[in-house]
Write a protein that binds this ligand. Sequence first.
Ligand SMILES: *Cc1c(COP(=O)(O)O)cnc(C)c1O
Length: 450
Amino acid sequence: MNDAELMRLADRRAAAYEQDAAERVFPDPAALEALSGFDEPFPEVGDAPEIVLDQMDALGSPATVRNNSPDYFGFVIGAGLPVAVAAERLALAWNQCASDWVNSPAAFAIEQQAARYVLEALDLPREAGVGFGTSATACGMSLLAAARRSLLEKAGWDFDAKGLTGAPEIRVVVSGTVHVTVIKALRVLGFGTDRVVRAPVDDQGRIDPARLPSLDNRTILCLQAGEVNTGSFDPFPELIDAARKAGSWVHVDGAFGLWARASQSLRSLTEGVERADSWTTDGHKMLNTPYDGAMGISRSPEMLAKALDSSADYAPAGTSAQKNLTLEFSRRARGIPVWAALKTLGRNGLDELVTSRVALARQFAAGLETAGVEVVNDVVFNQVLCRLPDDDATQRFPQRVQEDGRIWFGPTVWQGRPAFRLSVSSWRTTPEDIDRALGVIRGLIDHPAG
Ligand SMILES: *Cc1c(COP(=O)(O)O)cnc(C)c1O
């Protein structure tokens, strides 16, 4: 089989997979069992490429989680917009090392355009720098490192040369409902989880401005656009005012919620967020671009590029080089699928995508309440947080749904008690899909034992 035939084989199998209307969203026990087929000794003599693809498809495809289907409501997981997936496939054929212009003028030009589109779509300062990284985790870590470095620089401390030993302490204030990956980033960066201050939140998980811990010019304040359980938004105007007065750095985790800015009717949820210093967001959630594609956005591209500088004698570069705006040096051009998605959607299509996901979440919530499910949150965005009348039933229910397999969502804990959470993120989900999911849920509530 020659190279072209192999690529065609992969394309045919991918197309067949995409067209296969699976009945279950989560693989059945037989498919999971069959995964043991991958458990083989490292071959002395390698297999033929088509054998490898055969095995991947035969054993792997049936054991995938169908989060590309309209019936997947777990975590905050988008599907792949076909144009973004297709652009990614072409970019894979290019196989560019998209560190900087010299490695790939094409990738450089497209990612520059992607950055412009992102700033327009999210209405963030047009002079901001956008690093297209792997995840909100990695982009957030980059920006928090840049934030600390910048505050230390203002305090007269040369972080690059002296590191942290003997440095003035930089404090971090996070939301009481901060996402675990922000804590991970802070821990890895050496902030120390015991030293991170958690701001008290209200019943929707928003920081309460009246109880905001003290801030100063050596503090990073981390806010949230889209709390992961409730989808709520911190009250940015008051919090950012307080931070500005104190001279603190404001970082916003907007992994999925920042896209509210693209919706005329939802935009007010994010009022004032444009005054922050840095923002992270994912492409692979609300925007429905493929994994793994995220954006770290810094009001000052220089601040980010100084923190992440990887210019070398053999590879000098400036603040427009992606290798200076992300953790990666050699990297895939993750901005390409983002560009393709935004160019295809346009301002109107993006507004429609976001606005309609939220309308579907509200439809879900209304139907759930009719079915006797308590909706715990104000459904301001795409997350619906639920409980059944007692905690035991609440805990068991997601498991029951998962065993049934027709739809999927997962458990969580909200303010100390079990809950479950449905997220409408997939571009594929329609009002009919929500009605069908509600039918499944009603049936399973009536027959909890299966
Ligand atoms: C998903 C998520 C993250 C982490 O994003 P990754 O891209 O998975 O690293 C951070 N914060 C919030 C609110 C999220 O929903």
